[in-house]
Design a protein around this ligand. Structure first.
Ligand code: G3P
Ligand code: MG
Length: 262
């Protein structure tokens, strides 16, 4: 039976209808998209973790944001040029602090194993991992892993590439998917029109794009909406007041403090 609205079930829902999302984990305090960042998010009572997925050369979904390895590892070149075992040799923690030297790029499977039974996930599929082919594509592989770890009711997929929504809904119409606003694919439509066109379950966008008009449109149509990436208390307050469903932040502890004062 479909949930209403079709959003992931939270493990630590405090019942206020607002969702604290740790963006790339608690990434203000730990190297982004690494296990310490995800553990930190759980320790800070985030209700969901957002992570980014790319594919290795040998077709394994890995958790990493940039296509290039240059800024956040000791390697260089692009993620899809390396096999998983080559990527695993890289250090993805030292760029942040020597305390995290030797951290490895996690696979999606490793993060699912960690999150299962503990915390909901927003799995953002990066455009560079997407193709027109559904069979064996990043969406199918990621969905299979999600199901393998019994997380299908605890994940929200999203992507700037709207093909991901189409592919996932074809593979499993019940899996929650958010449309991650991309102005090149949106045809100047209002958020509710875009969400409807793709049979998406939620709308995600940057605080820079989020206008009063969009807030009204989303509220009027009862569409859950999540805004990224907000680290200032002032902006958090403003968005919570406007009734957003959730906020992506690198500082889940700060968002909790702000939210608790409402
Ligand atoms: O999913 C929200 C946000 O993470 C999208 O932008 O570039 O931080 O992955 P980016
Ligand atoms: Mg992201």
């Amino acid at each position: 039976m479909a949930k209403d609205p079709n959003l992931p079930l939270l493990y630590s829902d405090d019942g206020d209808g607002f969702i604290v999302i740790a963006h790339r984990g608690a990434s203000a305090y730990y190297p982004e998209n690494t296990m310490p960042a995800f553990e930190g998010a759980v320790a800070m009572n985030a209700e969901m973790i957002e992570l980014d997925v790319l594919m290795s050369k040998d077709g394994v979904p890995v958790v990493f944001h940039d296509l290039s390895l240059d800024n956040h590892t000791d390697g260089n070149g692009y993620v899809p040029e390396y096999t998983l075992s080559e990527l695993k040799k890289l250090d993805s923690g030292s760029w942040f602090s020597k305390n995290y030297a030797g951290q490895q790029i996690p696979t999606l499977e490793e993060v699912l194993q960690f999150a299962a039974g503990k915390i909901a996930l927003n799995i953002e599929i990066k455009t560079e991992a997407v193709s027109d082919i559904i069979d064996g594509g990043v969406e199918q592989k990621s969905l299979e892993l999600v199901k393998q770890y019994g997380m299908e009711e605890h994940v929200l997929f999203s992507s700037f590439d709207y093909r991901v929504i189409k592919h996932l809904k074809k593979l499993d119409p019940t899996i929650p998917v958010a449309l991650l606003y991309n102005k090149h694919q949106s045809k100047n439509q209002l958020p509710h029109q875009q969400v409807r066109e793709f049979s998406a379950d939620a709308f995600n966008c940057s605080f820079r794009q989020f206008s009063k008009k969009w807030a009204r449109d989303l509220r009027e149509h009862g569409i859950p909406h999540f805004i990224y990436t907000v680290n200032s208390k002032r902006k958090m307050k403003k968005l919570i007041k406007s009734g957003v469903t959730g906020i992506f932040t690198n500082k889940p502890d700060v968002l909790h403090q702000v939210k608790d004062r409402f």
